[in-house]
Design a protein around this ligand. Structure first.
Ligand code: BGC
Length: 247
């Protein structure tokens, strides 16, 4: 069995599980620790190592990280401590855990998992996956090939702020708006993405994907819209798949 530990680092929680890469399923329980606040590199590296200890795991670890990541280095920090910018995440997490850690953007990881094992399997057109959580993460695929680090959650919206401040789950909670109002806002965002990219399929992941049945009628675009098959586990599964690919 080809099993790798996948860890999805988020702004509010760090979640890990062993992933069976033959079938893209978790091969056991998930373990979660809250993301330390402030989410500095040192505090997060300690929390990250705790997950590895919990599984008593030795080997290559895959990690999805909630920022733009290039060659292992964080280039942005919208929802984590700003001191992450310029830090080599792979080195920080590898040093704290003693294992080799391969790091990619969290939405790219989730997208990779959905394309391989979920709703994107066999899709040869243009697919946009959006993770809806504290932030908005995006991954774009064409003919199965990903364009990494797309960051479409940071398109400038009405007031010049990032669109993730208008219609992420984090924004819904912060602004105390109903899920119905949130879905109308999110629909505006989908319509804008459709205008820009003409996708064939939108896949919605992250925590908000669990409520898809509640708001799906409010999403009015020509492209198909589907909740992620792997729901909130897509980030963990994709992180493991990424590590298997680059290790
Ligand atoms: C970050 C992205 C990330 C997304 C979801 C955004 O604020 O810029 O890199 O994928 O949040 O975590």
């Amino acid at each position: 069995m080809n099993t790798i530990l996948g860890i999805d680092v988020g702004a509010s929680g760090i979640k890990g599980a062993l992933v069976d890469l033959e079938n893209g399923k978790l091969s056991g329980e998930r373990f979660r620790v809250p993301t330390p606040q402030p989410s500095t590199p040192a505090a997060m590296a300690t929390a990250f190592a705790e997950i590895i200890d919990y599984f008593d795991y030795k080997g290559v670890v895959g990690c999805g990280f909630p920022a733009l990541v290039k060659n292992g280095v964080a280039q942005s920090a919208a929802n984590i401590d700003k001191s992450w910018i310029g830090v080599n995440v792979e080195q920080a997490f590898s040093a704290a855990s003693g294992d080799r850690v391969c790091v990619t953007n969290d939405a790219d990881a989730a997208g990779m998992a959905e394309m391989r094992y979920g709703k994107g399997k066999g899709e040869m057109g243009l697919v946009i996956l959006i993770t809806i959580g504290t932030g908005l993460g995006t991954a774009i695929f064409y003919k199965g090939q990903m364009i990494p680090n797309t960051e479409l959650g940071h398109l400038k919206w009405n007031n010049g702020k990032s669109v993730e401040q208008y219609c992420s789950s984090g924004a819904r909670e912060r602004l105390k708006i109903s899920r119905k109002e949130w879905a109308d806002r999110f629909n505006e965002y989908l319509q804008h993405l459709e205008l820009l990219f003409s996708p064939d399929l939108f896949i919605l992941g992250g925590g908000e994907s669990k409520f898809f049945e509640v708001y799906k009628e409010q999403l009015i675009v020509n492209a198909r819209v589907e909740p992620a098959k792997l729901l909130n586990n897509a980030g963990i599964i994709g992180a493991a798949a990424y590590a298997a690919e680059v290790k």
